[in-house]
Design a protein around this ligand. Sequence first.
Ligand code: SDX
Length: 427
Amino acid sequence: MPTDTLTVTDNRTGKTYEIKISDGTISATDLRQIRSSPEDFGLMSYDPAFLNTASCRSAITFIDGDKGILRYRGFPIEELAEHSSFLEIAYLLCEGELPTRSQLEVWERDISGHTYVHTSISKFLDGFRYNAHPMGMLLGAVSALSTFYPDAAHVLDRKQRYVQRIRLLAKMPTIAAFAFRHSRGLPYEYPRNDLGYVANFANMTFNIGGRFEPNRVLIRALEVLLILHADHEQNCSTAAMRAVGSSQVDPFSAISAAIAALYGPLHGGANEAVLHMLEEIGDIKNVPSFVEKLKKGHGKLMGFGHRVYKSYDPRARLIKRVADEVFEQTGLNPKLDIALELERIALQDEYFISRKLYPNVDFYTGLIYQAMGYPTEFFTVLFALGRTPGWLAQWEEMLLDPETKISRPRQVYIGHPTRPFVPIHRR
Ligand code: SDX
């Protein structure tokens, strides 16, 4: 009967080792017993970008990259996007189950009670230049929140974790909307807790002098986009949240590390980069030459490709449906034709097919956000609002995982051997 082990022979010594296989993995620390000599440190695994390394066990999100499957706590994303509210999804990710009606009422009440930020945070935001990137403002303001809630440092206290989770879910939209208002030189529009979570965010963003009637179709479309962004297992920003959180720092500081990671153009910043790319192409007739330039290695097709999905990102499929509903309300975004032609060509071109490059979550979202009235530099902030419950759920799962230790990788040293100091007059 085959056992779940790997038999490894070290040809340097002729020794053979039995290494346990569990959940389709071997434990990297089991390699340390393989030594070339008694003073040898022992083998390590080498995987700089975690291309083939599981960093944790998680029960939150399941992705099948080949089949294009995404599930939150076992529920298919297609059903959740169809039937749930964003706060329901936030509860599901954080608590592990869909809330009952009374649980949801308490959850919504708790969140609506924390939407205001300390007036000093407004002063902090006022200090940014008029053209400061809103992701930089979000990053700064959220990390500053840690100085207002010193109790957040008690990360091993369940009640404290709940309070901070509520504060972050409640205050991120307020800070995001204030960052938008600052960039427009507009007075802050304070939270209205009589509105739903997403309508309140839209009101704080777009209300000018009380004349803002939320468009129900656009509010629901934005809510679906937030749901589609809510979690995505061990992506770059979640890995940052877990690594920084493993030092047991407060969640405001840990989530600011996640926001920083998301800011990058290869991650959440891609939705903004897609719009800049479509603006650079300018006209549908320029698409073929742009694609040829890419194939010569000049730049990347932003919004395409994924570390896990080697088929169509299931979110991109759902987002295209949201796009149709939004454009019915707002009129077609002229850049949509360029995006559709880019997708058509890429999906039939061997260069992209051989690299398994398909549209990802970021390819169409920017076109929708732009049609909703958000400026390009604000798109990644919207991604961060969606991802907040996922970051918080992954952070708490990490803290409660008995296998968690402070994240501290090893290295392969390739620097100088020891050498004597050289005084400056002899350099
Ligand atoms: C998100 O991880 C997540 O789950 C992230 C995310 C989430 O919800 O959290 O899904 C959100 O970040 C989506 C990705 C958004 N980023 C972009 O759209 C930027 C463009 N995409 C690429 O930069 C890239 O596809 C990545 C970063 C997304 C994935 O990169 P990998 O997995 O490291 O793959 P790779 O760079 O090793 O690419 C393999 C090959 C390479 O070609 P060769 O060097 O082997 O010839 O494919 C090429 C790459 O050059 N390639 C692309 C490309 N993406 C990969 N070539 C052109 N255009 C692209 N977009």
